[in-house]
Write a protein that binds this ligand. Sequence first.
Ligand SMILES: Nc1nc2c(c(=O)[nH]1)N[C@H]1C(S)=C(S)[C@@H](COP(=O)(O)O)O[C@H]1N2
Ligand SMILES: [Mo]
Length: 317
Amino acid sequence: MWPIRSPRMKVPASEITPRALFEQRRLLLSALALPATLSGRAAQARGAPLAATRSALPGALVMDKPTEYRDATNYNNYYEFGLDKDEPARQAQRLRTQPWTVQVDGECLKPQTFGLEELLKLAPMEERIYRLRCVEGWSMVIPWIGYSLAELLKKVEPTGKAKYVEFVTLADKAQMPGLSANVLDWPYREGLRLDEALHPLTLLSFGMYGEVLPKQNGAPLRLVVPWKYGFKSAKSLVRIRLTDKMPMTSWNAAAPREYGFFSNVNPQVDHPRWSQASERRIGEDGLFAKRRPTLMFNGYAEQVGQLYTGMDLRRWF
Ligand SMILES: Nc1nc2c(c(=O)[nH]1)N[C@H]1C(S)=C(S)[C@@H](COP(=O)(O)O)O[C@H]1N2
Ligand SMILES: [Mo]
């Protein structure tokens, strides 16, 4: 994902040359006293097991073969920890995930700040196997662990004025070297319409592959919205705010023509720079690996299509 020629961008993409990126990374690494060649060993350390029962929700268990753990944890987008796919696996290991709190507020009767321990016990943990498709044209299949975001939202009792939900993620310069690259307006912010946020498939995830979330995948908790492009699934959440107006999102602010508020996976509506008609499944590399056709709503049309009846999906991309 790369916002080009956006007025809100502090550094135009055209000026971020590979050379400049390399230099920036070298400076960061020396500042952190980390060898530039540090292997992914720390990243490979597996997390604590997280018990969960398989979900019975329609659409929650896709039958495709899950992506290899190694690939799912070493090919990441998490710009707070660098722009290259292999950087979060190294850089995110310094993220402190305890103590951790999530503030849930805005248009609700019982705003509350939840501690991580409390969140882990708030509802039964389920395992769900979801496709995740990035707008860049690749996809993965990941066995996530968590519960429906709706479980948390109903605890704070949204008012009648609540129409949208804003998600804010951690932005801490001391822990996140990527924040010094002004690619986005930090903190990373995302949003959903309230009915999307309350849809049972919208997952508040604490783990994957039977373990707590690796840091590069959004520890200690993230959103997973399987029928939307990957960037809607915000990592390392610190605040969830119910609002009466459509919230601004980081990607929408950076490049409004490229990243709309809805961002539903839709093979018929291309991104200005990338076709969305097909995708490469991570792990299925090699010269002869076929691209897969991208499915409407990422294959979840039966479950979520009715949320958009009557909407012009070209206009509301
Ligand atoms: N806070 C934060 N969340 C984020 C991102 C990010 O840069 N920062 N990248 C998004 C994008 S573009 C994608 S495709 C997914 C990738 O999730 P994964 O690394 O677990 O596959 O995370 C999303 N969530
Ligand atoms: Mo993405």
